[in-house]
Design a protein around this ligand. Structure first.
Ligand code: S3P
Length: 418
């Protein structure tokens, strides 16, 4: 039986890499990043910025971004292409609304199906002029004289929506306040050092306004915990396995997956080595006896990107597994509820589908079969790990789609599974 014995450093966190490039572009002068993730998504962000007149260079393992005030950005000759990246489309929209010239933004077929109304409504309320057909990409941004800051309570937990509004707020008259009832990843407010306030009703407000100076966000970007989750899951299940990951993001709005795995009996130790600007440190995982654990609703936002791999892992754990209150999964790179359910049925999991999640009983002896990824990188990587848990073979229709977030995935997997 194969096992994992490895000590690794992973490519930089995707959410932090996008923000590093975007925030550096807004700040006058040079910013430097080590371990920037040049996956397809973050490259889409860099390419859009380049079209907008921001130059960057990559040499000696360092990304150098040369930023300037948006007034000095240049009008692109083409439609900006966010490709498959929701983070590029939504965060960049928060900047495009402030530019003194017209721009257009689109993406690939999957991104054109993802909801943009969630950013269009509040940005238009701030005075932005955005034209769209049916509130989907492509979007056309018209220059406006000024935007007005506003208070906006997020109807769904979404760091992309929150970040788009806070970015627009940096160039608006007055203050923009975004109110969250359920915390979403907080990289934007941490990196931009925005003011945060705990409200008496348990919500949290984050503020931005044109007086905020954009700080230097130069850093060594910590490894991506969402990518780490695939190898951690494999390690917990495979016999006699031990994995050490160095300098991985341990941001408390992202590390919920580790808490779920620990609650399932996973032997996982963490040691924080850096606290600022982003918490990061070492994670060690070892083979464990796993029992499925109830997942409270308020943990869902924190583990949203890890649910595909968590569910694959749960097929190897004892007891009932259930994900509910996770309708947002239907609006990711694919409808992840429907894809997980369909593919689980192909490989022998008797799974029940709900509008907001799915459930099954573990453990399950997985079968081989042909899995459909719908071009969704996280579905592909989750079922690549499922393949390690069966003697039969699980084939993916599009193994290359992992490059959206993690082009190195197959090489690393092959190297660490002995
Ligand atoms: C992200 C936010 C999340 C997440 C996505 C990255 C970000 O999306 O699923 O992979 O970098 O802000 P939502 O904001 O739509 O929840």
């Amino acid at each position: 039986m194969p096992r994992i014995h490895a000590h690794l450093k992973l490519p930089g966190d995707k959410s932090i890499s996008h923000r590093a490039a975007l925030f550096a572009a807004l700040r006058y002068g040079e910013s430097r990043f080590q371990n920037f993730n040049f996956n397809q998504d973050c490259s889409a962000t860099l390419n859009c910025l380049q079209e907008l007149g921001i130059s960057w260079q990559f040499e000696n393992k360092t990304l150098r971004v040369f930023g300037k005030h948006p007034e000095q950005w240049k009008q692109p000759l083409t439609i900006l292409n966010a490709q498959n990246s929701g983070t590029t489309a939504r965060l960049l929209s928060g900047i495009l609304v402030t530019l003194p010239f017209e721009t257009r933004l689109s993406g690939d077929a999957s991104l054109q199906k993802r909801p943009m109304g969630r950013i269009l409504d509040p940005l238009q309320e701030m005075g932005a002029e955005i034209i769209s057909a049916d509130r989907f990409l492509p979007l056309q941004f018209k220059p406006v004289r000024s935007l007005r800051g506003m208070r906006y309570k997020l109807p769904v937990a979404s760091a992309q929506v929150k970040s788009a509004l806070l970015l627009a707020g940096l160039f608006a008259e007055g203050t923009t306040e975004v109110v969250e009832s359920i915390p979403s990843r907080d990289h934007t407010e941490r990196m931009l050092q925005l003011i945060k306030q705990d409200n008496t009703d348990g919500t949290v407000s984050i503020f931005s306004n044109s007086q905020d100076e954009i700080p230097d966000v130069s850093m060594t970007i910590p490894g991506d915990i969402s990518s780490a989750a695939f190898f951690i899951a494999a390690t917990l299940v495979m016999p006699d396995s031990d994995l050490i990951l160095e300098h991985v993001s341990l941001n408390p709005t992202r590390d919920g997956i580790l808490r779920v795995l620990q609650a399932m009996g996973g032997q996982i130790e963490t040691r924080e080595t850096i606290a600022f600007p982003e918490p990061a440190g070492t994670i060690r995982a070892r083979t464990s006896k796993l029992v499925n654990h109830a997942i409270p609703n308020e943990w869902i936002a924190n583990i949203i990107d890890e649910i595909p791999i968590l569910a694959v892992l749960a097929t190897q754990a004892d007891g009932p597994f259930s994900i509910r209150n996770a309708k947002e999964l239907r609006f990711k790179e694919s409808d992840r509820i429907s894809k997980m359910v369909q593919n689980f049925r192909t490989i022998g999991v008797e799974v029940q589908e709900f509008e907001d999640g799915f459930a099954f009983d573990g453990p399950v002896k997985l079968r081989g079969g042909a899995v459909q990824t719908a071009g969704d990188h996280r579905i592909a990587m989750a079922f690549a790990i499922a393949d390690l848990f069966t003697d039969e073979s699980i084939q993916l229709d599009d193994p290359d789609c992992v490059a959206v977030s993690f082009p190195e995935f197959w090489d690393i997997l092959q190297r660490i599974v002995q």
